[in-house]
Design a protein around this ligand. Structure first.
Ligand code: DX5
Ligand code: ZN
Length: 227
C-alpha cells in the first residue's frame, strides 16, 4: 500500500462478484486501493445496463474510499443528483453525450463533488481543450466502453502522452485517469507516459488470485516500470 508514489489505483467493481459486493468492496479497501471505480451503464450510450444510484449507496456503506462514478449514460445531466446523494465523490461524464459540457461540469461542481470528463478511444483530445481547466479528472478510455475484460487499444499510449504534455504545458493538476485493459504489462507503460490513476477491473477481480494479490502485482509492475 502506498509503495508507488503518485500512482493511484481505482479497481472497477464491474468485474466483482455482485452476489457479495459489499465484501468485495471491503476487501478492495483493505488491499489498499485509492478509489472504488463504479461503472454506470444505461443500455443506450453503451450496450450493457449495470449499476444505479441505490447500488452506489450500498457500496458507500462498505468503504471510506472515494467513490469514482463513471457515468456511461446519455443525458447525464438528469442523473447527477441521485448519484451525489448516494455518496459519489467523483462524477465523470462522457464528452460525447454532453453538447453543453461546461454547464454539466458546473452542475457537478455545484453539488460539491469532484468532476471528471471521459473520452472514448475515437474521440479526439481537442474536445477537452476548453473544458480542461475546470476538471478535477480527465479520463482516457483505452477500450470502447461497455464491457470489462477487453484488450487495451495500443494507440491510446500516444493519446495519454499528449494529454499529459498538455496538462503539464498548462500547469494543470487535473488527474489523468486511464480506464480499460489495464494489467501488469500495460500499467507500467501508461504510467511511463503520464497516467496518474489506473482503473482495473478484470485484472483485480478474477478467480486466479485474491484482490490483495492482484492489486499488489499491479502496484509492483508500476514500481518496476518506474525504477
Ligand atoms: C469499461 C469500463 C471499465 C471496465 C474496465 O466499459 O468503463 O471501467 O470495467 O475493466 P477492465 O479493466 O477489465 O478493462
Ligand atoms: Zn469505467
Amino acid at each position: 500500500m502506498g509503495n508507488s508514489p503518485g500512482v493511484k489505483f481505482a479497481p472497477s467493481i464491474l468485474s466483482a462478484d455482485f452476489s457479495r459486493l459489499g465484501e468485495q468492496v471491503a476487501e478492495t479497501t483493505r488491499a489498499g486501493a485509492d478509489y472504488i471505480h463504479i461503472d454506470v451503464m444505461d443500455g443506450c450510450f453503451v450496450p450493457g445496463i449495470t449499476i444505479g444510484a441505490p447500488v452506489v449507496a450500498a457500496v458507500r456503506r462498505w468503504t471510506d474510499l472515494p467513490l469514482d462514478v463513471h457515468l456511461m449514460i446519455e443525458a447525464p445531466q438528469h442523473q447527477i443528483e441521485p448519484f451525489v446523494d448516494a455518496g459519489a465523490d467523483i462524477i465523470t461524464v462522457h464528452v460525447e453525450v454532453c453538447p453543453h459540457i461546461h454547464r454539466v461540469v458546473e452542475m457537478i461542481k455545484g453539488l460539491g463533488v469532484k468532476v471528471g470528463v471521459a473520452l472514448n478511444p475515437g474521440t479526439p483530445l481537442n474536445t477537452l481543450e476548453d473544458i480542461l481547466p475546470y476538471l478535477d479528472l480527465a479520463l482516457v478510455m483505452a477500450v470502447n466502453p461497455g464491457y470489462g475484460g477487453q484488450a487495451f487499444i495500443e494507440a491510446m499510449v500516444d493519446k495519454i502522452a499528449r494529454l499529459r504534455a498538455e496538462l503539464d504545458r498548462r500547469g494543470l493538476a487535473t488527474e489523468l485517469e486511464v480506464d480499460g485493459g489495464i494489467n501488469t504489462e500495460v500499467a507500467p507503460r501508461v504510467v511511463a507516459v503520464g497516467a496518474g490513476v489506473l482503473v482495473a477491473g478484470a485484472a483485480v477481480f478474477n478467480s486466479e488470485q485474491t484482490v490483495a494479490e492482484a492489486l499488489g502485482k499491479l502496484r509492483s509492475s508500476v514500481v518496476r516500470g518506474q525504477g
